[in-house]
Design a protein around this ligand. Structure first.
Ligand code: CA
Length: 231
């Protein structure tokens, strides 16, 4: 297996060097860019498997770069982790709304960053149709197009099935309503954000019979998260 390629977009050289050093040691193929212009060139040269984007860059903001990456059909599937010195909730939401898959607040340890990178890479790897994924009491049987709890099939409408299979394959992270619309309903269809709430309610109801409704969690001010960890 070839090494996964990570692009680091960070203007502060000492930080960039530290990250690059840690990632190379962990076996990644690392490319570096000091601003968004260099990042675009690097992305065009060779598509990275993941991009680390600093929020504050000299020529444009990391958020703008992230939006551009997520808008481009060639790169929208590439996961982005934002590096930010801003820990405020509204900035986190802005980052996620902009399409970032995760964010890490400075200062962070190389070990913490590596853990987040590995988690995002695991989530982003496409689910093969053969795959069966366990999530707490639930089991996603993608080939059978169903979700099981023990031996029983959870009764789900087509939208609830899509929503739940997305959640199971993207567990433990928060998605805003607009991200869910984009990822589960497809970005080209106009659906109101309230629709998400309706289907979340139906999904919880379907899971209630199996005592699994608490897996679908409301994150105040942000959106929803699927988690099998106890609250
Ligand atoms: Ca910076």
């Amino acid at each position: 297996m070839t090494a996964r390629r990570i692009l680091i977009v960070e203007d502060e050289k000492p930080i960039r060097d530290m990250i690059a050093f840690g990632l190379r040691r962990a076996g990644f193929d690392v490319t570096e860019a000091e601003d968004t212009r260099a990042a675009r060139t690097a992305i065009a040269d060779a598509r990275p498997d993941l991009i680390l984007v600093d929020w504050m860059l000299p020529d444009a903001s990391g958020l703008e770069l992230t939006r551009a990456i997520k808008k481009d059909k060639d790169t929208k599937e590439v996961p982005v982790i934002m590096l930010t010195a801003r820990a405020e909730e509204q900035d986190k939401v802005a980052g996620l709304e902009g399409g970032a898959d995760d964010y890490v607040t400075k200062p962070f340890s190389p070990r913490e960053l590596l853990a987040r990178i590995n988690a995002v890479l695991r989530r982003s790897s496409t689910v093969s149709t053969e795959e069966v994924i366990d999530a707490g009491q639930l089991r996603l049987d993608a080939a059978g197009h169903r979700v099981l709890c023990g031996e029983a099939t959870v009764a789900l409408g087509p939208t609830e099935y899509r929503l739940l299979s997305f959640f199971i394959t993207h567990a433990e992270r928060v998605y805003t309503r607009s991200q869910l619309l984009d990822r589960v309903w497809g970005g080209n269809v106009y659906v109101e954000e309230r629709t998400v709430d309706v289907h979340i309610r139906r999904l919880r109801k379907a899971l209630e019979a199996f005592g699994c409704d608490a897996y679908v969690q409301t994150v105040r001010g942000s959106g929803y998260r699927f988690s099998t960890r106890s609250l």
